[in-house]
Design a protein around this ligand. Structure first.
Ligand code: TXA
Ligand code: MG
Length: 336
């Protein structure tokens, strides 16, 4: 592999990206959720390069990205059954945006993209650079988050360069991601809609659009052992190397000499001085801001070689559901 270039999205950079993708190379692109590691979804060898670069298990399928809702049919079979079609229409109104739908796979999508499943995850991202790139591509783009498997998803071009240097030729820098957590994944079929991953679109919003009780939507999102509908939703995921502890309820956690703290809102001085390093994610505790800045703060603290990181928790409602999902997984490695 050649040296990795980070470039701002000029017209010529985008042209170069389309050429590289057409040749079966990998390109990192910004989306509104996290950065993605992109390949031509029609090209089996290019897709296999994604799995190798990320060290991702082959049984974990990829999301296919297209430029607009009317191109979803290039990757997925649109529902024809009346009520599933209604649900599709209600949710596809959220596109372009941070929503992924799992639908029956189109024959054109190679099995390696879907890990041999007969469903495919599809999404229309809203980041203007992703849109400009996808509009120029005569093929859909398969893209997981642009991090090594099991590490924290990247929300800046620098995060991608640090994790994937030498594995990609081009990183398109679209600035820090606006959402900061990955897309919400919903499976749609005749048995109804199921939330497979909470994300930047709240589960409450999905339930409201589908006019179903939220309990019916979320029944499969917990860390169930055994059969799991979305293989990426394993218990230990998004893990920093430094032990992470959630400051939940009245659970006592010792502050060791070299402890970092991620606070969702400003701490009082007495508490702040206990910590070796403090990251305050929002002045007002706004959970959208917390989500936007969380992964970058985790990465910064993880680079310091601290003994541990303490992090705030929030109610798992709205954006709080995606935040708590990621934090529980990030902390799972260090739980008994
Ligand atoms: O926001 C996002 O979704 C980002 C940006 C780059 O689009 N992408 C992303 O991809 O988070 P990745 O690969 O890190 O996570 C995709 C998740 C995995 O948990 C995978 O198991 C699940 O989607 N998935 C993909 N295809 C699936 C399918 N056919 N059925 C069930 N789950 C699927
Ligand atoms: Mg990922």
């Amino acid at each position: 592999m050649t040296e990795t270039l980070i470039q701002l999205p000029s017209e010529s950079t985008l042209d170069r990206a389309v050429t590289l993708l057409g040749e079966g190379r990998l390109v990192v692109l910004p989306t509104e959720t996290v950065y993605g590691l992109a390949a031509n979804a029609w090209n089996r060898e290019a897709v296999m390069r994604i799995f190798a670069a990320k060290q991702r298990p082959a049984n974990n399928p990829l999301i296919v990205h297209v430029a607009s809702v009317d191109r979803i049919g290039e990757a997925a079979a649109l529902p024809v059954d009346g009520s599933t079609r209604q649900q599709f229409d209600a949710l596809s109104d959220l596109w372009p945006g941070p929503l992924t739908l799992v639908l029956p796979r189109s024959e054109k999508v190679p099995p390696c993209v879907t890990a041999g499943r007969d469903t495919v995850a599809v999404r229309v991202p809203s980041h203007p650079v992703a849109t400009r790139l996808l509009e120029r591509c005569p093929f859909p783009i398969a893209a997981p988050s642009a991090n090594r498997s099991n590490y924290i998803s990247p929300t800046t071009a620098e995060h991608c360069a640090r994790g994937l240097a030498g594995e990609v030729e081009l990183i398109i820098d679209g600035g820090p991601c606006d959402c900061g957590v990955e897309s919400t994944i919903v499976a749609l079929d005749r048995s109804g809609a199921r939330l497979l991953r909470p994300g930047a679109v709240s589960a409450e919003e999905v339930a409201r659009r589908l006019d179903v009780p939220i309990e019916r939507l979320i029944r499969q999102t917990q860390f169930e052992p055994g059969e799991i509908e979305s293989p990426g939703m394993l218990r230990e995921h998004y893990s920093p190397s430094t032990p992470l502890f959630l400051l939940a309820g009245n659970q006592a956690v010792d502050v060791l000499p070299r402890t970092g703290r991620i606070a969702f809102s400003p701490l009082d001085t007495a508490e702040a001085t206990q910590y070796d390093r403090l990251e305050t994610l929002s002045d007002s505790g706004d959970l959208n801001e917390v989500a936007r800045r969380l992964f970058a703060a985790l990465r910064r603290l993880d680079l310091l070689g601290l003994d541990q990181i303490h992090v705030d928790v929030c109610e798992p409602i709205g954006m709080g559901r995606a935040i708590m999902d990621r934090l529980c997984r990030a902390a799972a490695k260090h739980q008994p």
